[in-house]
Design a protein around this ligand. Structure first.
Ligand code: 2BA
Length: 109
């Protein structure tokens, strides 16, 4: 068995959740926050048989898309705020960040 952890944008989360249900794939959604943007995103925990991993990855790929986001970085520590001129930068977020992990044991009581 495998555990697929995927971080997706909140905008893609309802579509991915629906597509997983339609395919009969069980998942748990967690509200999460990106470390870099400090913006809300969604993490899905998907426990599935090894044979279905590629199907799940395809489903994630088809449910999520990349978007650009403009971020204004914080003033570097130690800098005087008066002399700090913030320059907005554009980052590309997503489609999805995916981790596939081996599950050593799976039980449901
Ligand atoms: P955030 O950490 O908020 O990152 C949002 C986007 O900012 C990233 O998109 C990337 O384009 C950019 N970014 C992140 N760290 C950066 C840095 N140190 N320097 C420059 N740009 C940076 P994605 O790569 O698509 O990541 C989307 C979200 O997926 C991340 O939100 C984070 O929540 C998660 N994620 C990405 N890589 C991860 C990892 N290795 N481990 C855990 N979570 C990860």
């Amino acid at each position: 068995m495998k555990m697929i952890l995927t971080v997706v944008q909140n905008k893609d989360s309802p579509r991915l959740a629906q597509n997983l249900v339609n395919a009969g794939i069980r998942a748990t959604k967690l509200a999460s926050t990106g470390g870099f943007l400090s913006a809300g995103n969604t993490t899905f925990m998907i426990g599935t048989e090894e044979e279905r991993v590629s199907e799940v990855l395809e489903l994630i790929r088809n449910s999520c898309r990349a978007r650009e986001q403009v971020v204004t970085p914080m003033a570097p520590l130690g800098n005087h705020l008066e002399s700090y001129i913030p320059h907005p930068v554009t980052v590309q977020v997503g489609g999805a960040t995916v981790f596939v992990l081996d599950v050593v044991q799976f039980e449901q009581f």
